[in-house]
Design a protein around this ligand. Structure first.
Ligand code: SF4
Length: 410
């Protein structure tokens, strides 16, 4: 195992290095090895700060942790986040791993641009693309524009800094991704600029900036980290038992984190489109996927609804009362844990957000968007105070909001 494996522990060589080292994770945990504390920090930082970088300093130069601790902290973090038993925690963790990885890739590319004047090991873009089987699908821009010819270096390996660049060590500003790979890596729900109709197309490839390519790779890393989570582990047994204290610490930290949601008012006609779409999908008796269900439940809990109110609101949908109670009570449990819904960006990655009217420009998450709409509405009758109570199905006509939406029909 080397420093590069530790920087990118979800890449295939790192996983092979862990397997080859034949390290026993239960023994590491039992011995309270540094990897265990670093794994706990990894999850804590992911959930609290959106990064998994160590507070002790950037790896490898300034960190308190050596290569082995840094690398093995990754599988331990995956076990810890599984034991938290929370879909939002897994989402946040995967997003934080991906964000940190792309920050490191960006730094590595900058080091590459400086002709590797640093001693720390770095990846080049070709390494990253090869990791996701994209070496042939992404080509740098040719000096005259358009994708470089296949075989002219590609974006892989040295090609990342050759074709389309002024010299080895200077990565191009633009790339061309084969259409099929572009559609697999990105989502039109990320915004109008990602839609194919708004993109330059040539030779079966789509033009992207270097930063846009990194955005797409971040989504690929997030999906890679998300794969296989959560692990199924028997609570209190084996490694799960050994990690109980660490898990308890993380749960306590989460419970102490107060989340200031928007005004405690339920106005379905002001819900953001992503939530309205999920409600309408459930009303058509279509099952929601786990991320969809958690997004909706965390939103409804986040705006101040009790489990009973959510059950009543979602009567006549595919969501069953028992499942709603389980999720909402977990979100509002006696540890005080409240997870806000995922960000708009995460919801876009899951295909839940379609960024209607480009309103991702004005909100970072559905609660923030709802709060803005509530603030600017002239008059709101809280759904809970409406005479017939109503359900999600009645939301169109259930209340009165002047200036924003049509008023009730009852
Ligand atoms: S931009 Fe945000 S609030 Fe709007 S639909 Fe998308 S996820 Fe929902």
């Amino acid at each position: 195992m080397d420093a590069l494996d530790a920087k990118y522990p979800f890449f295939a060589p790192a996983r092979e290095a862990v397997a080859d080292a034949a390290v026993s994770l239960p023994e590491l945990v039992a011995a309270d090895a540094p990897a265990v504390e670093r794994g706990r920090e990894r999850v804590e930082r992911a959930l609290m700060d959106g990064t998994v970088a160590s507070e002790s300093g950037s790896f490898p130069d300034d960190s308190d942790y050596d290569v082995q601790a840094e690398l093995l902290s990754y599988p331990i973090a995956r076990i810890l986040v599984s034991l938290l038993d929370s879909e939002p925690a897994i989402e946040k963790y995967a997003a934080a791993e991906a964000a940190t990885a792309v920050d490191r890739i960006r730094e590595d590319l900058a080091a590459d641009d400086e002709l590797r004047s640093v001693s720390a090991p770095t990846v080049d873009l070709g390494d990253v693309l090869a990791e996701f089987d994209l070496a042939d699908a992404v080509r740098p821009e040719a000096p005259g524009g358009g994708p470089a010819a296949i075989g002219a270096g590609g974006a892989g390996g040295a090609g990342a800094g050759s074709a389309g660049a002024s010299a080895r060590g200077r990565t191009p500003d633009h790339y061309w991704i084969d259409v099929g790979s572009y559609l697999g890596l990105t989502s039109p729900s990320w915004g109008p600029s990602w839609r194919l109709v708004n993109r330059a197309l040539a030779d079966g490839a789509v033009r992207v900036s270097r930063e846009e390519l990194l955005d797409a790779l971040e989504a690929a890393v997030e999906a890679r980290v998300r794969e296989g989570l959560p692990f199924e582990l028997a609570a209190g047994e084996g490694i799960a038992g050994e990690l109980e204290d660490g898990v308890a610490d993380l749960k306590r930290l989460l419970s102490e984190r107060s989340y200031a949601g928007p005004a405690d008012v339920v106005a379905p006609e002001l819900f953001p489109p992503c939530m309205t779409n999920l409600i309408e999908k459930a009303e058509r008796d279509v099952d929601l996927s786990p991320p969809e269900s958690f997004a909706l439940m965390s939103f409804l809990v986040g705006i101040g609804m009790t489990p009973d109110e959510v059950v009543a609101f979602c009567a006549d949908t595919s969501l069953d009362a028992e499942g709603i109670r389980y999720q909402t009570e977990y979100l509002k449990d006696d540890r005080g844990t409240q997870y806000p819904p995922p960000t708009c960006e995460t919801l876009a990655n899951y295909g839940i957000c379609h960024n209607e009217d480009d309103h991702m420009q004005v909100a970072v998450d559905p609660l923030a968007y709802y709060e803005k709409r509530v603030e600017t509405a002239d008059e709101i009758t809280d759904w809970r105070e409406r005479e017939d109570g109503g359900t999600a199905e009645d939301e169109e006509g259930a209340g009165e909001v002047e200036g924003e939406s049509e008023s009730g029909t009852e």
